[in-house]
Design a protein around this ligand. Structure first.
Ligand SMILES: [Zn+2]
Length: 484
């Protein structure tokens, strides 16, 4: 044991990320790792943090983000570190910023415009180029990267309204190999989105073939999260089995009033399939979803709020019903006039959200959209909301379980060795918070708001959030998938 450490956190209540019961102790950090956990007595450190009255947990891992560009353009990652998040998974829902071997076609096809409507950030010619940029100008958080099938379709195809030809599949597959060799964790799809809807199951399987050799992940925003959820689950399982890859069902939900309550059915099906193949899933803690504005989504949603509109920027934050009334037109036309645009849809049932959150294998992923004018509050509030609202106030699960769902479980599913847990030898990704006061403050009306109760956040041993603001430290790393 070295006689002095870089940092000692004293008098902590440790929730270690494994799900086990909290315990009291001190944590000593040397460099980027935890050196000792226990009673450190009179050991010395260059700096000490008194954690009396606070919980120390592993830094939270946001299993589902669209932070591809924010990691580079706003690398302090304030919406994330202010919630205690120390690692983000980006490149989801078929949308990744890289690769883009030639200039992106303008205007940027929705939903690729969720990451960057200007086209300026689609500048990384290969996946390796993108990861190199992340290493050269590191963000505050660690990152885990996926390559998006819709991005690959936009590269390989001139008409996205049909299935890819064998030649186009070969081009996409080549990019998957390049991305996986560079360090991607897997491929994501967004089969619900127009530019990928025409992709057949066979196309996805053939594009994803290389995943087997790399032990990569298949992450999917499924073709349907409403009336045909069961068929979509079956398609997802089939792709995973055919390719020989672990599958991740992204932001599991049941949309549309007539599907409310059906999470009983979907979770039972998922659980059964978990005995047959490697399946995991995540969820965000809200009964409203958010993505681009489309007429079918709005038609299936009792209430829709516009989050941004290029054609009518002043509509950001307004109810679509009010906009329709003002324009004196029907839904189809209002949606058409707002394009390109984004929206929040109030179309899920709270009982489904709670059932999915509570399901033991469910991880927490925000699905935040960092470039929306009036973003869904999940961007700023997801993790404190699970801790404060769902765990403490509603008692949906224990604090230990809540933390596990955002740390140890996620690290295990993604293959993040020595992360997501507090023990000697693990990386010093840590979040100190007040379990009595932690809560989200971001709402649908005022979505950009810091949460309460998150104190000190550390990434690879460096403090990135001091309880009030980002410190400017950028210790984040591009992580590698290392299956146990
Ligand atoms: Zn999605």
């Amino acid at each position: 044991m070295p006689s002095t450490f870089d940092v000692i956190i004293r008098n902590a209540t440790i929730v270690d990320g494994t799900g086990r019961q909290r315990f009291g102790g001190d944590i000593a950090i040397a460099g980027d790792r935890i050196d000792l956990v226990g009673d450190l007595g009179d050991a010395k450190a260059a700096s000490e943090i008194d954690a009396t009255g606070l919980v120390v947990a592993p830094g939270f891992i946001d299993s589902h983000t669209h932070d591809d560009r924010m990691l580079l353009s706003a690398g302090d990652m304030t919406p994330k570190v202010s919630q205690g998040v120390t690692t983000v998974v980006a490149g989801n829902c078929g949308i990744s910023l890289a690769p883009m071997p030639n200039a992106v076609k303008m205007p940027v096809t929705p939903p690729l415009d969720l990451l960057d409507a200007s086209g300026e950030w689609y500048r990384y010619r290969s996946f390796a180029d993108y990861l190199k940029a992340l290493r050269q100008t590191p963000p505050a958080t660690n990152c885990v990267m996926l390559v998006g099938h819709t991005t690959l379709r936009a590269i390989a195809m001139d008409d996205l309204g049909r299935e890819a030809t064998d030649a186009e599949i070969a081009v996409m597959r080549g990019h998957v190999v390049e991305a996986m060799e560079a360090g991607a964790f897997g491929v994501s799809t967004g089969l619900a989105y127009r530019p990928a809807q025409a992709a057949t199951t066979r196309e996805v399987i053939e594009v994803c073939r290389p995943l087997k050799d790399f032990d990569g992940l298949y992450c999917t925003h499924m073709r349907d999260e409403a009336d045909h959820s069961m068929e979509s689950l079956n398609e997802t399982f089939e792709i995973g089995r055919e390719v020989g890859a672990q599958v991740l069902i992204s932001h599991h939900k049941l949309a549309g009033v007539k599907n409310h309550g059906r999470s009983v059915e979907t979770l039972c099906h998922i659980e059964k399939q978990m005995h047959e193949q490697h399946v995991c899933l995540d969820c965000y803690p809200y009964a409203a979803s958010s993505t681009i504005l489309t007429a079918p989504n709005a038609a299936n949603s009792p209430k829709t709020i516009v989050t941004w509109s290029k054609a009518m920027p002043s509509c950001a934050g307004r109810d679509l019903a009010d906009i329709m009334e003002e324009l004196g037109c029907d839904l189809e036309e209002a949606v058409a006039r707002l394009q390109p645009a984004g929206a929040v849809y109030f179309r899920m049932d709270e009982s489904d959200v709670q059932r999915i959150l509570k399901f033991a294998p469910t991880m927490i992923g925000s699905d935040g959209l960092p470039h929306d004018e009036q973003p869904h509050p999940r961007l700023w509030g997801t993790f404190p909301r699970v801790l404060g609202h769902y765990s403490r106030d509603l008692g949906l699960f224990s604090l230990e379980t809540a933390v596990h769902k955002m740390t140890g479980l996620t690290a295990r599913e993604f293959g993040l060795r020595d992360r997501g847990v507090i023990r000697a030898g693990a990386y010093a990704d840590l979040t100190l918070f007040d379990a009595d006061t932690v809560i989200d403050r971001a709402t649908f009306d005022k979505p950009i708001a810091l949460s309460d109760g998150i104190k000190t956040v550390m990434v690879n041993g460096a403090i990135v959030w001091n309880g009030q603001r980002s410190t400017g430290e950028r210790p984040g790393r591009v992580l590698k998938r290392e299956k146990a």
